[in-house]
Write a protein that binds this ligand. Structure first.
Ligand SMILES: O=C(O)CCC(=O)C(=O)O
Length: 255
């Protein structure tokens, strides 16, 4: 199947709302190798992944992996050659009106019966001011998603209201952040396998817990304007937690 081109209507919608659902964008048969690699991450999560919701008071070796977090392309760079990668860069670039490059990806998986949402946040809250209006994320599930297993929610138009204050969660030992947007403009985006969402780096978003009996598995592709430095010039709430070493690092330049 041919991957779609962004239409004028798509570009206009994204500019106004800061997010978009693209239905039937991805040929599910192109996901095979990625899904197999991510199965391996799940099997070896203790050594290959972080727990993005690592609870304080739980030793590193006993992490519950409420949100499995790993970057598959760092382990298998050939994922860069997948059709969904080139497509996301092109489509995302048209939406943002900037030439983009792939930055990094994240496999994010929530176990069956998981009680942990990915709280409201803005990607720029994690990335810092280097990325101001220069980033976009393509969120791609490996199966159908809805509120019951952790689909995407956005604050409609929230990319136009600046970066909100973010907070570290008092019960969480990882770098997980949250902000408190006005939820009256929240939109819920249940989507089918093959569909994706894109969101602007300033759009507040969250995903619900996975209350079903199956793993919730998705890939984020984070894209940035060509030539933009990586993350940096951080906000005061930013920390790094290296779960392979256990190091908790506060960046030097935070203001
Ligand atoms: O899928 C999730 O749980 C969260 C994804 C996310 O926050 C993102 O795509 O930026």
């Amino acid at each position: 199947m041919a991957y779609p081109k962004a239409t004028e209507k798509d570009i206009e919608f994204f500019g106004e709302h800061g997010w978009i659902v693209v239905e039937d964008a991805i040929d599910p048969s192109d996901l095979g190798p990625l899904i197999e690699h991510c199965e391996e991450i799940l099997e070896k999560k203790e050594t290959m992944a972080f727990d993005w919701a690592w609870q304080k008071g739980t030793p590193r070796e006993a992490r519950a992996f409420k949100i499995v977090q790993a970057s598959p392309t760092r382990y298998w760079p050939e994922i860069n050659e997948s059709p969904f990668r080139a497509w996301a860069i092109d489509f995302g670039g048209a939406l943002l009106g900037q030439k983009l490059e792939f930055w990094y990806d994240q496999f994010l998986a929530k176990p069956p019966g998981n009680d942990t949402p990915t709280y409201w946040h803005q990607d720029e809250g994690y990335w810092g001011r280097n990325l101001i209006d220069r980033g976009i994320t393509c969120w791609m599930p490996f199966h159908d998603v809805d509120v019951a297993n952790g689909c995407m929610h956005f604050i409609d138009g929230g990319h136009r209201s600046g970066v909100l204050e973010h907070f570290l969660h008092e019960k969480v030992a990882s770098d997980l952040l949250y902000c408190k947007p006005d939820e009256k403009n929240a939109v819920v985006c249940p989507i089918k396998l093959g569909s994706v969402t894109f969101h602007h780096s300033k759009t507040p978003h969250m995903t619900t817990a996975n209350t079903t009996g199956e793993w919730r598995r998705i890939l984020t592709q984070h894209l940035k304007a060509v030539g933009t430095k990586g993350e940096g010039d951080h906000y005061p709430w930013k920390i790094y937690v290296n779960q392979f070493t256990g190091d908790r690092i506060v960046p030097e330049v935070r203001k």
